[in-house]
Every structure is written in structure tokens, then in C-alpha cells.
Design a protein around this ligand. Structure first.
Ligand code: C2E
Ligand code: MG
Ligand code: MG
Length: 547
């Protein structure tokens, strides 16, 4: 015989949206459709809520059952008319096959139920047989669940710290706390046990334990290194914890008890879970932010963030998911996505961390696009606490490292040798753009009241020789270099030479975008290009002639 466990997908939404009468009508329609699909002699029953079971006895071959399941899926997909609205649901169907003599009703139900869950996990609206591998999964899930309950008491949990480095200087600026579980039977990866802990709720006590460990590490670092300590520690918090009523109170108590500085603790929440329930998450996050904690969006790019919602969240960091970092050296699409994420993040005043950086090519690309921080095996794997301390001390001993500067920038001003027609200027722009492209130089030229101001960036020799040519060019007089130096990344990534005639400017440049961004004076002073971009801000203005 075969047992089909049918669970409707999206039934709750119908109830919540159209009311229980609509829900009842839908259940009746579903029941009628199920009866229509089965053979005479089969049994259709409603177990509870939106769960139905179908019992098919005297089964000839399993193939006929999959055909039945398929027909049921198709039948359930058809809309149900209710008043003048159409109600849509689908079904997830789990199938168990067995013999009445050897399998108890309970066994059959449990197996069919597990198979149904597997369908839900795979994306709903489908069917699946219960199988040995599924059974293995169920067994594993059960033993993980039981083991996790005791993991804290038995001291089976430990913390790793994966350093996060500054993209420019490669120096450690912080670390992410990553949980490890060592049950007696052998280590189990967080990729396996965290989802199970989330499902069963044991993530709540474990998450509290993790947060306390994060606080203790923060205090320890400050005691060891004072002002020179890494500036933050990242702690993962699962959405299941956010839905705990007293989470903020609990965190507040732990902060107080440990003496940790909340502004040096970054709470990481995955994008998917953050956006799953915006309103209630927003409430909790605001409370956490009031405690002084900062928030990062983890695995950014894999979920579906509403940008409007993102702006309302008290978020200060975006972590770009490894999936995009992986593709960055190879696929143009990933490169485009990375640029877009970094641009978006910076426009919202956020810092960007790239996750899973494994090679130099990825690092270069991320740096060129202005990514602030890097986390990945290229620099460090997750380290044990002691190893983290040692690595950080080594860095302190080294002092400020020589930062390899891939680029050189230069800003000069000059006077126009004579007045030029628009036609002539256009011609000059055309030829310099071609030249710059060939030399790998990018930049922007401003013109006002007979004076030029130009920013150039590229290889040192290329930039310097271009400036030498400018100095000899009769169209420029009194060329004078204002500032020059090493640059980590391009400001004018996509322009071989932007141009603007400032005297034709109708309105003042729009600083709107910049005002929203927080720039520290230090950042301005250290980075002449930021300074330049800030002062001119023309990059964002509408009328600029790009290319
Ligand atoms: P995550 O928060 O996105 O953490 C980053 C994961 O990427 C970590 O895996 C880290 O070891 C791995 N990783 C970092 N750099 C590289 C790299 O260059 N290459 C590769 N291949 N991997 C890299 P891990 O430690 O296995 O953790 C997996 C996930 O488990 C975490 O993803 C996080 O979602 C969850 N997790 C870990 N610890 C905790 C915790 O304490 N609480 C909660 N709620 N979740 C946790
Ligand atoms: Mg994380
Ligand atoms: Mg992540």
C-alpha cells in the first residue's frame, strides 16, 4: 500500500488575507479534487488544518503512485473561485510505500511526513518518495537535535575567530566568531547543525552562549591591547533568536555582566532572514541598536532586499556573499553585481566586507571597486582563540607595513594658453580619451574661467609622462602639480576622461549623495582623492560629459 501525505503550500496566507470562510471553502474544494483523482477503494482523509492523507491499498506498481501524485499537483494548482477572487495554492506531497503486515500506521505516517518536508525544503509544489537516504537524514537530524540539547553542558562547543582585514593595508581590523561543535562521535559542521538548531529552537540557548563568548573576547582583546585592539568582533545571530521576546534584555544583561563595549560588537544577520519579516525584525534591531550594538547584513546578494526597507534598518555593514566573490575573476555578471553592491552600500553610508576571498585576483578586483574589508582564506582561515591572539600580536610588532600601491594619482592645475572653440575642445577630448584608454589612465578635467584642473590616475610612469606632455603643451600655461601620491583604487573607474566646463554650470554641484555618507576627517585627510571628489562632487551631477 502507499500513503500520500498532502500538505498545502500557502494556505495560511489565504486564511490571513481573505478570512477563515475563504479558507474553509478552499479546503472543501481541495477535498473534492483529491477524491476526484483517486481510484475507487482508495481512502482520502483530512488529518488536520491543511493536511490530507490518501491511502491506496492493493498497489500494483509504484509508478502509478507517482502518476497519481503528479495529477494531484496539477489539480491543486488550478485556482479556486471564491466570490469574485481566485484563490491559489499548491501541494507538497510525501509518499511512503509499505506492507500492512510489516509497517505500522505510525511508521507510514512519519515516513510520508518526512518526505513531504523534503518537498517543502526543495521549494514546494511537488512530490517525493520516502527513501533510505531520507531516512538517514531524518536519523541524523534526530541525533543532532538530541546532541545539541546537551552540547553546552558537555562543553562541546568552541569558538573560532576568522580575522577580517582592511582591503588596502591588509591589516586585521576585526574578526568573525564562528561556532564549532565537537560531539564525541566526531565534529559536525555548522552548515549542518545550525539549520537544525534553528528548526528545533536550540539555537536560542546556543546563540546566547555565542553572544557571551563574543563579549568575553571583546573584553579580552581590549585588556590585552587597549586602543590598538581590533576594532570589532562579529557575532552571528539567527532569525529564530530575533523572534525571542526578551532577546534585547538578555543581550543587555550579558553586556553589563561582561563589561563588553557594544559599539565593538557587530551582529550579523543573513539577508534572507532579515527580509523575511521586516516589521518585527526592525523592532528588535532598533532595540539592539539602542544598546549600542551595530548590525551587518550577512550573505548579502543572495536574498531579496527591498532597498527601501534596507534604508530603514539600523544597518552599518554589508557582507558580500562568497558566491559573487567566487565569480569575480571569471564572470562579468558577478563583477557587475559586486560593483553595484559596493556602490549601493557606499551610497547608503555603509561599509562593505567581502566574504570568502581566496585569491589575489579577487582581492585586486574588490579593491579596485572600493570594497573596504576582506574576509577569506587568502588571508586567514577561522583560527582558534590563541592563534588569533598570536597573529594579531605579530601584526602589532610589525608596525605599519609597506602598503603596495597599485596606482598613482596626480592633481594639477593650469591656465588655458588661449581661448578655444567648443569644436576644438571636443577634438582634444576625443584624442586624449583615446590616449588615456591605451595608457590605462582614468580621470577627470574641469574647466572654469580659463583655468583647468585635472585629476589623473594610473601607473606612475604613465601618469608622470602624461603630465610632462601637458607641461610642454602650448595650450596649457603655468601647469602646477597640486598633489600626487600612491592610490589604492581608482576614483574614476569608468572614465578615461570626464570633462566639465564649470563656467556653464547652471546650479551649484549637488552634494546630496555625499551628505548622506559619513566621511571622517581622518578619511578625508588620508585620502586626497576622497578629498578631491568631495570638494568637486561633480561625479554625481547630471550634466557631466563622461567616457
Ligand atoms: P557565515 O556567517 O556566512 O560565515 C562565513 C563562512 O564562510 C564560515 O563558514 C567561514 O569559515 C567560511 N569562509 C570564510 N572564508 C572562506 C573562504 O575563503 N573560502 C571558503 N570556502 N569558506 C570561507 P563556517 O564557519 O562553516 O560557518 C558556516 C555558517 O554557519 C556561517 O556562515 C553562519 O551562517 C553559520 N554560523 C556559524 N557560527 C554561527 C553562530 O555562532 N551562530 C549562528 N546563528 N550561525 C553560525
Ligand atoms: Mg556571518
Ligand atoms: Mg556570510
Amino acid at each position: 500500500m502507499a500513503l500520500l501525505f498532502v500538505d498545502l503550500d500557502g494556505f495560511k496566507l489565504i486564511n490571513d488575507t481573505y478570512g477563515h470562510e475563504a479558507g474553509d471553502a478552499l479546503l472543501e474544494a481541495v477535498a473534492a479534487r483529491l477524491i476526484e483523482e483517486v481510484r475507487p477503494g482508495d481512502t482520502v482523509a483530512r488529518l488536520a488544518g491543511d493536511e490530507f492523507v490518501i491511502l491506496c491499498e492493493q498497489l500494483e506498481q509504484p509508478a502509478s503512485i507517482s502518476a497519481l501524485a503528479e495529477r494531484i499537483n496539477v489539480a491543486l494548482r488550478q485556482p479556486v473561485a471564491y466570490g469574485d477572487v481566485s484563490l491559489f495554492v499548491t501541494g507538497s506531497i510525501g509518499i511512503a510505500v509499505g506492507h500492512g503486515t510489516t509497517h505500522s500506521a505510525d511508521d507510514m505516517l512519519r515516513s510520508a511526513d518526512s518526505a513531504m518536508y523534503a518537498v517543502k525544503e526543495k521549494g514546494r509544489d511537488g512530490w517525493q518518495f520516502f527513501s533510505d537516504s531520507l531516512e538517514e537524514k531524518v536519523r541524523q537530524r534526530l541525533s543532532v537535535t538530541q546532541g545539541l540539547r546537551l552540547a553546552i553542558e558537555r562543553n562541546e562547543l568552541t569558538c573560532r575567530f576568522q580575522p577580517i582585514v582592511a582591503a588596502d593595508s591588509r591589516r586585521i581590523v576585526g574578526a568573525e566568531l564562528l561556532l564549532r561543535w565537537h560531539p564525541a562521535a566526531g565534529d559536525i559542521s555548522p552548515v549542518v547543525f545550525i539549520p537544525i538548531a534553528e528548526m528545533t529552537g536550540s539555537i536560542v540557548p546556543i546563540g546566547t552562549w555565542v553572544f557571551r563568548q563574543g563579549c568575553l573576547a571583546e573584553v579580552d582583546w581590549r585588556q590585552r591591547w587597549g586602543e590598538r585592539a581590533p576594532s570589532y568582533i562579529s557575532v552571528n545571530v539567527s532569525t529564530r533568536q530575533l523572534s525571542e521576546e526578551n532577546l534585547a534584555d538578555e543581550f543587555a544583561a550579558i553586556l553589563k555582566e561582561t563589561g563588553a563595549d557594544p559599539s565593538r560588537i557587530l551582529i550579523e544577520i543573513t539577508e534572507t532572514s532579515l527580509m523575511a519579516d521586516v516589521e518585527s525584525n526592525l523592532r528588535v534591531l532598533r532595540r539592539l541598536a539602542q544598546l549600542g550594538l551595530r548590525v551587518a547584513v550577512d550573505d548579502f546578494g543572495t536574498g531579496y532586499s527591498s532597498l527601501a526597507q534596507l534604508q530603514r534598518m539600523p544597518v552599518s555593514v554589508l557582507k558580500i556573499d562568497k558566491a559573487f566573490v567566487d565569480g569575480v575573476g571569471k564572470q562579468t555578471e558577478s563583477r557587475v553585481v559586486i560593483r553595484a553592491i559596493i556602490g549601493l552600500g557606499h551610497a547608503l553610508g555603509l561599509k562593505l566586507v567581502a566574504e570568502g576571498v581566496e585569491d589575489e585576483a579577487q582581492l585586486m578586483e574588490l579593491r579596485a571597486n572600493g570594497c573596504d574589508f576582506i574576509q577569506g582564506y587568502l588571508f586567514f582561515r577561522p583560527l582558534e582563540a590563541q592563534a588569533f591572539v598570536e597573529n594579531f600580536e605579530r601584526q602589532l610588532l610589525q608596525g605599519r607595513p609597506e602598503v603596495s600601491a597599485p596606482l598613482f594619482f596626480l592633481l594639477y592645475v593650469s591656465e588655458a594658453g588661449r581661448s578655444m572653440s567648443g569644436e576644438e575642445i571636443a577634438e582634444i577630448l576625443r584624442s586624449s580619451r583615446k590616449n588615456n584608454q591605451a595608457l590605462g589612465i582614468t580621470g577627470c578635467l574641469l574647466y572654469q574661467d580659463g583655468c583647468f584642473m585635472q585629476m589623473l590616475e594610473g601607473k606612475r610612469e604613465a601618469v608622470l609622462s602624461l603630465v610632462e606632455r601637458v607641461e610642454r603643451d602650448p595650450r596649457h600655461r603655468n601647469a602646477r602639480i597640486v598633489v600626487q601620491g600612491d592610490a589604492q583604487r581608482r576614483v574614476f573607474m569608468d572614465w578615461s576622461m570626464g570633462y566639465r566646463d564649470m563656467s556653464k554650470l547652471e546650479a551649484e554641484p549637488d552634494f546630496g549623495d555625499w551628505r548622506k555618507r559619513t566621511i571622517s576627517f581622518l578619511e578625508l585627510a588620508e585620502d586626497a582623492r576622497t578629498c578631491y571628489a568631495y570638494i568637486t562632487a561633480f561625479k554625481h551631477a547630471v550634466s557631466i560629459d563622461r567616457q
